[in-house]
Design a protein. Structure first.
Length: 165
């Protein structure tokens, strides 16, 4: 994403982080006006963000009921992980020979951050450090299209749901 964030980007990022962190659980209703109020935004960018998240399958619209976080069934998990296995394996294959000393230092620092977050029980920052760790590896491969594909799959089924079960 560019350094310029629209209100929709802010709403989408906030919703995605809340779902990843378990503040919104699978099946939970998402009230557009409540979210807008919590974020200090109008309902329009929140509605647009929910539409984007619905396109990725992370939330679902139900007629006469509104929006809810998508349920995570076994078939969806299998499908997402099958696609992730193909794409992440290729991204990692490209990255391994390209990881330099600076990336290795960054990875060590992120591992230390993850250990500290785990010790403190700081789940949200643990997830952020874990994502940064994986993106550091994937980014070393020099193929931003693969990295974007991986991120889309992460958003289709946030891997942190497993951590929060």
């Amino acid at each position: 994403m560019s350094s310029y964030f629209t209100k929709k980007d802010i709403a989408k990022d906030s919703l995605l982080r809340a779902i990843r962190a378990g503040r919104y659980r699978p099946g939970q209703a998402l009230r557009q006006n409540d979210i807008a109020r919590d974020l200090g935004l109008s309902s329009t960018p929140v509605r647009e963000a929910l539409t984007d998240l619905a396109a990725s399958g992370l939330v679902v619209y139900e007629q006469h009921r509104g929006v809810r976080v998508a349920d995570v069934g076994p078939e969806r998990v299998r499908q997402v992980y099958s696609a992730r296995k193909l794409i992440e394996r290729e991204a990692a294959r490209l990255a391994v020979p390209a990881v330099d000393a600076a990336a290795l230092r960054r990875l060590r620092d992120l591992l230390a951050d993850m250990a500290e977050c785990r010790r403190r029980g700081d789940q949200e920052n643990l997830m952020a450090a874990d994502e940064a760790f994986h993106l550091t590896i994937l980014g070393a491969g020099g193929n931003p299209f693969l990295v974007d594909a991986v991120r889309q799959l992460w958003d289709a089924f946030p891997r942190y749901f497993i951590w929060l079960s």
